[in-house]
Design a binder for this molecule. Structure first.
Ligand code: SAM
Length: 263
């Protein structure tokens, strides 16, 4: 529960700055919409998990104005932001709820953009979604894989080793599930005709500090933050810039995984 509260608090605090810094999440939403373009316009009941400020909700509405949509998020500030983005729309029911356990109604499509990397019980949650889908219904999501922020993880390890730290800290992204694991979990939950894609993209920032600030502005930071010793932080930035910097920029890898699966 503590992790879930941390996730909620991180994103809620950044509801106002999220959209300005969420370029990768927008790209993920585009990929997800492209993957489901044959299906989205034809469905009548859609459940969106983790709507955040409404980036995907808005695109869903553009693609299908007739469907009844339930859009939920953990936090009220995010749901309010999404609601403002879409404006009055009697076809969308907004909810503040934990998408891992909320299982009411029957849907033709369950969708989530850039959310499932934060699931705390993915196997049980996929089983809940399987039950909530009508026969032939579709689950489609984008998520981030464990290669996300690999430069940050490697620089942190190098910095901690260089300072002879006994415990080498990990970043949350190292624990994200990979494509194979998602394929296994989907099949275990009963889904078939599963299609998964994986893509590595690189985004650049002028400095490591700019990258960390931008990450913080999206709320996608450690739900259980630990205070970093200032010397570790300094060594991390030096390791990142000397190990990966080129032409005055530092690269940041995102591993984007998209999945579409049928009941
Ligand atoms: C990276 S944001 C993505 C927001 C939005 N889907 C988008 O495309 O911009 C992740 C969102 O998932 C929400 N979230 C994370 N875990 C959740 C859960 N268990 N139930 C509902 N929402 C959740 C967070 O509150 C946050 O708004």
């Amino acid at each position: 529960m503590e992790i879930k509260q941390g996730i909620r608090r991180n994103f809620a605090r950044r509801a106002a700055s999220y959209d300005r810094h969420a370029g990768t999440q927008r790209l993920m939403a585009q990929r997800l919409m492209a993957l489901t373009e044959d299906f989205v316009p034809r469905v009548a009941r859609i459940l969106e998990i983790g709507c955040g400020t409404g980036c995907l909700t808005w695109q869903l509405r553009q693609a299908n104005t007739a469907a009844q949509v339930v859009a939920l998020d953990l936090d009220v500030a995010l749901v309010a932001a999404a609601r403002r983005r879409l404006g009055p729309d009697s076809g969308v029911a907004w909810l503040v709820a934990d998408g891992e356990t909320w299982a009411r109604g029957c849907f033709d499509l369950i969708m989530a953009n850039a959310v499932f990397q934060w699931l705390t019980r993915p196997a049980a949650t996929l089983a809940v979604y399987f039950k909530s889908l009508a026969p032939g219904g579709v689950l489609a999501f984008s998520t981030l894989g464990p290669q996300t922020f690999k430069e940050l993880g490697a620089s942190l390890r190098q910095a901690a080793n260089g300072l002879n730290f006994k415990v080498i800290p990990e970043i949350p992204a190292q624990g994200f599930l990979d494509k194979q694991s998602w394929a296994g979990l989907l099949s275990q939950a009963g889904f078939h005709k599963t299609r998964l894609t994986q893509e590595l993209i690189t985004v650049t920032f002028p400095t490591v500090r700019d990258f960390l600030k931008s990450l913080q502005a999206t709320g996608a930071t450690n739900p259980q933050p630990r205070a970093f010793a200032p010397r570790l932080f300094k060594a991390l930035m030096a390791a990142y810039e000397s190990g990966f910097g080129y032409n005055g920029f530092i690269p940041v890898t995102y591993e984007i995984i998209c999945a579409i699966a049928r009941k």
